[in-house]
Design a protein. Structure first.
Length: 211
């Protein structure tokens, strides 16, 4: 459908005003909100995600695309709720205790939203207890921990241990990432998944939710 293709293309270019007016036009044309979301907004964000992974676009491009997506979803949210459309899952994301870096975390959040996942952003300097408390409160299936400092990586192990202690370890997938983190470290602390970049994190999250 032409208008959905236009929404996807405008989003990829980060044209928030165009996305907003095109989404409204699509709604006025009585196209289902879920169709506009999936074939317009999420389609565009997925293309941005692939390009980002392939180094064809960069962080600023992702940020403007995500802003355009937010402009479109703001119109669709009440309609999606009214139609009973559910997110494919929920993820609590945050930068671990002692670490105030948030660019990587924010990118992961945008990519997850771009896959239709509801994101509960705990912010930065998040304790293991906060991660677990939010996961329980929102009945999230994913906990995504980010760290940029080698000195804060150990906090990720504390999150895994806290999930064990809280008795929710079998209900959540714990994913870790950040510059100093690698697959070996993720396995050594008992995390379920590791992602080297935001686009991969979104793909891993979708796989985990499907499983």
């Amino acid at each position: 459908m032409e208008i959905l293709r236009q929404i996807s293309e405008a989003l990829q270019k980060g044209k928030a005003k165009d996305v907003k007016s095109l989404v409204q036009s699509a709604v006025d044309e009585k196209i289902a909100a879920e169709k506009i979301l999936n074939e317009g907004l999420l389609d565009g964000m997925n293309i941005v995600g692939v390009k980002f992974k392939n180094n064809e676009v960069y962080v600023p491009d992702v940020l403007v695309a995500a802003r355009a997506m937010k402009a479109g979803t703001a119109i669709l949210k009440p309609l999606l709720v009214a139609d009973g459309v559910q997110a494919i899952g929920k993820a609590v994301i945050g930068t671990v205790k002692g670490d105030l870096h948030d660019i990587g975390k924010n990118l992961v959040g945008m990519m997850l939203e771009g896959k239709g996942i509801e994101v509960i952003d705990a912010g930065t300097d998040v304790s293991a207890e906060q991660f677990i408390s939010l996961a329980r409160e929102h009945q999230a299936q994913l906990i995504c921990c980010s760290a940029l400092l080698t000195t804060t990586m150990g906090e990720m192990k504390a999150v895994v241990q806290a999930a064990d202690a809280a008795g929710i370890r079998d209900q959540v997938t714990i994913m870790v990432g950040g510059a100093p983190v690698n697959e070996t470290f993720a396995q050594s602390i008992g995390a379920d998944a590791y992602a080297p970049d935001a686009a991969t994190a979104a793909e891993v999250a979708v796989t985990a939710l499907a499983g």
